[in-house]
Design a binder for this molecule. Sequence first.
Ligand SMILES: [Zn+2]
Length: 174
Amino acid sequence: MSEGQVKSKFDVQTIETTGHDPWADFREVEKLSLEFTQQYRHSLGKYSKFFIELENKKFLATQCGKCEKVFAPPRPLCPDCLDITIWKELAGTGTLETYSVIHFSPGTNDDVRQLETPYVLAYVLLDGASTLFPHVLKTDLDSIEMGMKVKIEYTDEPVDHPIHLMHFVPLEDE
Ligand SMILES: [Zn+2]
């Protein structure tokens, strides 16, 4: 293939060497700024009762009737026994098992975007639960200690998603 010969319709190098631009009449590009919003309905399915009771300031886990493991967040099925679980209210106190300090918000929804960074994502073993529950821990960063006792605090403020009806705070703030 000799220099300047068209190798492909879209070969920019060839266009530069031949000086021929087949797209010349289409190079003027207009850019528009458009906004896209979408409303949709999302079912919380078998987890609905958990979120409904958050509005009533109650924290529900589920328990397997066979192995008696308590799942928080709730699971409709025990992953070990495959039994359908039953709802069980927990007191809402627990222990900080691990945490991350978040400096850059993932911004997945307005509630998260509105959180002032840095904020703390805590993994809490709620009293009476067998699994860790992840959520925001609102406290002074300097006061965080592994193993500290925390409790659920509920909000009366309007939220985009019912999971933001709750967060953790240190228990001693009571
Ligand atoms: Zn089980």
